[in-house]
Design a protein around this ligand. Structure first.
Ligand code: ZN
Length: 373
């Protein structure tokens, strides 16, 4: 009996320790230095940079075109260094955070692969920090966007959050207990390549039937172009708009026409939304978060997309009627989320760097005293 009590006491003590560690980590951003940091968002076509304060406000922003895909990683690095040095002339920059559209390793130092750039296992963090002489943090852009929405946007107050960004494909991120979950190898959250239709549309990843082939900007445009190319009567509105040039059909155009009441465009967004809801229900079955934040360019369609997603989610959720339903919210920070999140995550790195530096200085001073004597 006493042994049992001992065991349960130990268990309780361990649970207390785990809780205190986790709550300390959860609140780490509260103790991060309130200094300005630079956030960088590297996309397929541009590098956006901004100086961000501790409340997520962008104090100054700059952007440059992403150098050609065929160019060396050094050229992209040079672009980043130029932007940061330019901003440093007017701001006291303490750290730099990079959100990159690609796979970043679990140490957040190397870009393993970036589909739109020539980075292959690139040691980006060390290369940049040695050139900029400030701490640098590198992360996947969906992770930085999720962090920004959790800190300053639609996910505030939610400790279990899943972010889904609908752009050309689907990006994703998981935040649990106030921490980004990156997985063992750093590449968690690639929800877009979960197979939802066996034998379905071919995906550039090499497989068939991936979720992003049914719920993304590319899926939306592909369906609209197919209908327009077939000169379907339902597509007359959009054919008129692009004067027969099917290649000119874009996601924003479809969203604009849907807002004006074009039946085909409304229907296409409904389809994308329904697939979104089905995928979210699958994610809820696996991860059970309190909130799904929907970002990316396609989310500009607002309720034309998110309404059908909510309906499909409720219809597909396992255990529906007997479990709390996660909230589905539209992201609030728009295109700035990646940049703001990268800057804010860099602030945590700046704190660690300061501590290590302080310890180094203290060690050096002690050493100097001893040598002096
Ligand atoms: Zn795929």
């Amino acid at each position: 009996m006493s042994a049992n009590r001992e065991t349960s006491y130990k268990g309780a003590a361990r649970a207390t320790v785990l809780r205190s560690v986790s709550s300390r980590e959860r609140r780490s951003h509260l103790t991060a230095p309130r200094v300005p940091t630079v956030g960088i968002d590297i996309g397929g076509t541009k590098v956006a940079a901004g100086v961000v304060d501790a409340d997520g406000n962008i104090l100054e922003r700059m952007r440059a075109e992403t150098p050609d895909k065929s160019k060396s990683p050094r050229v992209v690095e040079d672009t980043i260094v130029e932007l940061v040095l330019d901003l440093s002339e007017r701001h006291d920059v303490h750290a730099v955070g990079i959100g990159a559209a690609g796979w970043v390793d679990a140490n957040r130092s190397r870009v393993l692969f970036a589909p739109h750039l020539s980075w292959r296992d690139e040691p980006l963090r060390d290369a940049l920090s040695s050139r900029l002489r400030v701490p640098v943090m590198v992360d996947n852009d969906a992770n930085t966007a999720a962090w920004a929405e959790w800190r300053f946007g639609a996910g505030r107050g939610e400790d279990y959050l899943v972010m889904i960004t609908l752009g050309t494909g689907i990006g994703g991120a998981i935040l649990e207990d106030g921490q980004v979950k990156r997985g063992k190898y750093g590449v968690a959250g690639e929800f877009g390549h979960m197979q939802v239709v066996p034998g379905g549309h071919r995906c550039p990843c090499g497989n068939r039937g991936c979720w992003e082939q049914y719920s993304s900007g590319n899926a939306l445009v592909r369906e609209a172009r197919e209908l327009a190319a077939a000169e379907s009567p339902v597509a007359y509105g959009i054919i008129d708009k692009v004067q027969g040039r099917v290649g000119d059909i874009t996601g924003p155009l479809i969203t604009d026409l849907a807002r004006e009441g074009d039946a085909m465009c409304v229907e296409l967004l409904q389809d994308i939304g329904q697939w979104l809801g089905v995928g979210i229900a699958n994610l809820a079955a696996a991860l059970d978060p309190g909130c799904f934040v929907i970002g990316g360019g396609v989310s500009a369609a607002d309720d034309l997309l998110i309404g059908p997603a909510r309906d499909a989610f409720r219809r597909s959720l396992t255990g529906r009627g007997y479990r709390p339903e996660a909230r589905i919210a539209k992201a609030q920070l728009g295109n700035d989320a990646g940049l703001v999140g990268a800057a804010d995550l860099a602030r945590l790195v700046a704190r660690r760097f300061r501590r290590t530096n302080r310890r180094r200085v203290e060690r050096y001073e002690r050493f100097a005293q001893v040598v002096g004597k």
